[in-house]
Design a binder for this molecule. Structure first.
Ligand code: ZN
Length: 357
C-alpha cells in the first residue's frame, strides 16, 4: 500500500513538472537570459525589445492598478481602476507599445484618458498605436500641451487626434488649461473611486522637458496610495512646482514617484524629494541608452533621501496595486527582482547643474 502511494506521489510530481515546463515554453513572458548576447548597435536595438507579460488579472473593481511598462528608453504607464482606464505616455516604439495593448486586452475597448506628458518621441510615439484602425480603441479624452512642434510623427499623432475630434468621438484638452476653466488643476474621478489630478506644466518652461504636465494619482483610500508623474521635468520646472503652489494644492507628498527624466540628475533635487517624500521610486529607461541614465548623481540623491528604486531596464514592468479598501496600503512588484540596481549605461553626468555625487 505504502509502495503504491509512493509511486502515485512520484507520478503526480512528474506531471506537475511537465505542465510547468510546458507553461514556461508557451508563455509570452519569457525574457532573454542575462547571459545571452545583447545587441548594442543602434539599428539592432529593437531586437532587444521586451516581450510582454499577460495582464489577465486587470479585471477592474475598486482596486487601483498602476503598471509602469517596460518600453525601453522612454515612459509609458497604464492605470486601471474600476472600469476606468488611463494611459500616461506611450514610449518610443509603436510595436512595443502595441504588444502591451494586446496583452492588456485594450483592443476594442475605451481608454478614458490619455495624457501625453510632453512632446518628445520617447513619450508620444507609442501612442500612435492607439489610433490604429484595426485596434478599434475609443479614446474619450486626450491631454497634451499643444505646443508647436516640427516632428513629423507628432504631426501624424495630432492629425489622428483632430480627425477623431471632428467626428465628435474625442475631447482634446490642453494641459495648460486642463479643465478648460482657466484653472491649473483638473480632477478626474475614476469609476473605482481613484482620482487623477492633471496639473498644468510650467508656462514658458525652457525646452520640451520643462513643459511636462504632471499627474498626481490618488487611490480610492487616499491614505493608502498616491503617486506623482512629472514626465521629464528638469530642475527649472521642478522648482516651479513649489512656486505654483502644487505643494499645497493638491499637495506633493506621495507614496510613489515615477522618476522625472528616466533617472537623469537634472530630474531630481534633494528639495524635490523632501516635498514628495516617496516611499518608492520607479525609473523608466532602456538598459542601453546614450544619456548615461541613471546618472550617478541622481542615484546618490535618491539614496541620500532614503528612497529605494526599481528601474524598468533591470526590473521589467513594475506593478503597483492598492486594494481600494480603507487602510489596505499598496504593494509594488517588479517583473524581475532586485532593489536599487545599477544598469550598464549608468554614468556620472557632466552637466553643470548636477552636483558631484
Ligand atoms: Zn523622456
Amino acid at each position: 500500500m505504502l509502495k503504491r502511494l509512493l509511486i502515485a506521489a512520484i507520478v503526480i510530481v512528474l506531471v506537475a513538472f511537465v505542465i510547468q515546463e510546458q507553461q514556461q515554453r508557451t508563455s509570452g513572458s519569457r525574457r532573454p537570459r542575462k547571459s545571452q548576447p545583447v545587441h548594442t548597435r543602434r539599428g539592432a536595438r529593437k531586437l532587444t525589445s521586451p516581450p510582454v507579460t499577460s495582464f489577465v488579472s486587470d479585471t477592474g473593481g475598486r482596486e487601483l492598478i498602476v503598471r509602469v511598462l517596460d518600453v525601453g528608453q522612454g515612459d509609458a504607464t497604464y492605470i486601471r481602476n474600476g472600469s476606468s482606464r488611463v494611459i500616461i505616455d506611450g514610449g518610443p516604439d509603436t510595436a512595443v507599445f502595441g504588444r502591451y495593448l494586446d496583452s492588456l486586452r485594450l483592443n476594442n475597448s475605451t481608454i478614458d484618458v490619455v495624457i501625453l506628458s510632453h512632446q518628445h518621441l520617447d513619450h508620444y510615439n507609442g501612442l500612435r498605436e492607439l489610433f490604429r484602425t484595426s485596434r478599434h480603441i475609443r479614446i474619450r479624452y486626450f491631454f497634451e500641451n499643444e505646443d508647436p512642434a516640427t516632428a513629423v510623427t507628432l504631426a501624424r499623432l495630432r492629425d489622428s487626434i483632430l480627425s477623431r475630434m471632428d467626428r465628435d468621438s474625442l475631447i482634446y484638452r490642453d494641459t495648460d488649461d486642463p479643465c478648460s476653466n482657466g484653472r491649473r488643476i483638473c480632477t478626474i474621478t475614476m469609476t473605482g473611486g481613484a482620482k487623477l489630478h492633471i496639473l498644468a506644466p510650467m508656462p514658458g518652461g525652457e525646452g520640451a522637458n520643462n513643459r511636462s504636465a504632471v499627474v498626481k494619482l490618488i487611490a480610492p483610500d487616499s491614505a493608502a496610495f498616491t503617486m506623482w508623474f512629472a514626465g521629464d521635468a528638469e530642475h527649472e520646472e521642478i522648482s516651479w512646482f513649489e512656486t505654483a503652489g502644487y505643494d499645497r494644492d493638491p499637495g506633493m507628498r506621495v507614496s510613489a514617484l515615477k522618476a522625472d527624466h528616466h533617472g537623469s540628475c537634472n530630474g531630481v533635487t534633494p528639495r524635490y524629494l523632501a516635498l514628495l517624500k516617496p516611499q518608492w521610486m520607479v525609473a523608466s529607461l532602456g538598459a542601453r541608452n546614450d544619456y548615461g541614465h541613471m546618472h550617478t548623481q541622481a542615484k546618490a540623491i535618491y539614496r541620500q533621501a532614503g528612497v529605494p528604486w526599481y528601474r524598468t531596464d533591470q526590473n521589467g514592468t513594475v506593478t503597483i496595486r492598492s486594494p481600494g479598501a480603507d487602510g489596505k496600503g499598496f504593494s509594488i512588484t517588479p517583473e524581475r527582482p532586485g532593489v536599487d540596481l545599477d544598469g550598464p549605461s549608468d554614468r556620472t553626468s557632466s552637466q553643470g547643474k548636477c552636483a558631484s555625487p
